[in-house]
Design a protein around this ligand. Structure first.
Ligand code: G3P
Length: 217
């Protein structure tokens, strides 16, 4: 499973990259605003900064909600850097724009996906990635992980190559459950990645090994 980090924070991206386990980055307008990155020029520059920090795909989201606007913005984003993936909302014009970019060989990520039917449309439009938001489904008492299982089954039934990018991952158990269900990618905050490291027996064991080593030295 690929690990993407879901942030626009350069320090956190660098920390994950330095661990050697990062495969890419996802962002959205809210994550940009959280870092105080506003205005088209600053946002575009920030995408380039992110691309220069990591080796993998970097999702950059369009703001337009009409086909022509999405094409215009998506083409400008794709020209910024070869690692950019054009992130499009799951609406009718977003599906149409996804097909347009897929036909041109430009990578896409269909975002704000909350149902298996939406994921089926994304695959039909040739999306590189589909982003089901599991945490936001959990927030409204709906099983987000079940959506991952449904999409996995549908994609496997037909051999769709669209990668399931489990998004709105909130914690380590989401990561582990997504891996069990066969999600191709997960994107979450840094804490959902570094939290995987933690086990008290690791800490106790290491402390004991070091204490025993020091007895003879
Ligand atoms: O990748 C989608 C993500 O940014 C949404 O996460 O935590 O705002 O639901 P969250």
């Amino acid at each position: 499973m690929k690990f993407f980090i879901d942030t626009a924070n350069l320090e956190q991206i660098k920390e994950a990259q330095d661990m050697g386990i990062l495969d890419g980055v996802t962002t959205n307008p809210s994550l940009m605003a959280k870092e105080g990155i506003t205005g088209t020029d600053n946002i575009m520059k920030h995408y380039v900064n992110i691309c220069n920090l990591v080796d993998g795909d970097v999702s950059a989201e369009v703001i337009a909600t009409d086909f022509e606007g999405m094409v215009r913005e998506g083409e400008a984003l794709a020209e910024l850097h070869e690692q950019i993936v054009v992130k499009l909302p799951m609406i009718k014009d977003g599906v149409k724009a996804c097909k347009y970019f897929s036909d041109k060989g430009i990578k896409t990520n269909m975002t704000l996906v909350f149902s298996a039917g939406q994921a089926l449309l994304a695959a039909k439009a040739g999306a590189t990635y589909v982003s089901p938001f599991i945490g936001r489904l959990d927030d409204i008492s709906t099983d987000g992980l079940n959506l991952i299982a449904e999409i996995r089954m549908i994609y496997d039934n037909y051999g769709f190559e669209t990668e399931i990018l489990a998004a709105s991952v909130r914690h380590t158990m989401h990561v582990i459950d997504c891996a069990k269900l066969g999600a191709d990618v997960m994107t979450g905050p840094l804490s959902s990645i570094t939290g995987l490291l933690k086990h008290p027996l690791t800490d106790i064991g290491l402390e004991q090994f070091l204490a025993d080593y020091n007895k003879g030295n």
